[in-house]
Design a protein. Structure first.
Length: 148
């Protein structure tokens, strides 16, 4: 199978559907923390605003300027994150990294939706964009926790 055919398969209908319907799009008024992450390789960027309540993510806003894979990852992250604590987000982030970089298992629930991005493991130049949203979210939640 050619590299071009593999790349076309990577951008599946499911990934494109996720990219077209990202939850929690837009910025929050008066967030507890804001973090912007950028991938120098491709130029994708994500800004995440968070509001916390009792150690859990109460509200999330995000501005996503990324490729379809980064957008799909942002959709999966946002769809699973509200109500989670920092440990859950960090575990999801670490499991996603391991899935992409080491071929490890799909992340546990609530981040098992990242399964759709498992074909991207073969495309190391796409990893940074895929990780942007969950990395920014973990950093923003950590910052908000430190301020509290």
């Amino acid at each position: 199978m050619s590299d071009e055919t593999d790349l076309i398969k990577l951008y599946s209908g499911r990934i494109l559907a996720l990219a077209a319907d990202i939850p929690h799009l837009g910025r929050l008024d008066a967030p507890h923390a804001t973090v912007t992450r950028r991938s120098p390789l491709c130029g994708s960027s994500v800004t995440v605003d968070v509001r916390m309540d009792d150690g859990k993510l109460a509200d999330l806003g995000q501005d996503v300027k990324a490729c379809a894979l980064g957008q799909a990852a942002a959709a999966i992250t946002a769809g699973a994150a509200v109500g989670a604590d920092l440990n859950t987000i960090e575990k999801g982030r670490d499991q996603l990294k391991a899935m992409l970089k080491d071929g490890d298992a799909i992340p546990d629930a609530p981040f098992d939706g990242f399964e759709v991005l498992s074909p991207a493991a073969s495309y190391k130049n796409r990893h940074a964009s895929i990780l942007l949203s969950i990395e920014a979210l973990a950093e923003a939640m950590s910052t908000a926790h430190q301020k509290a």
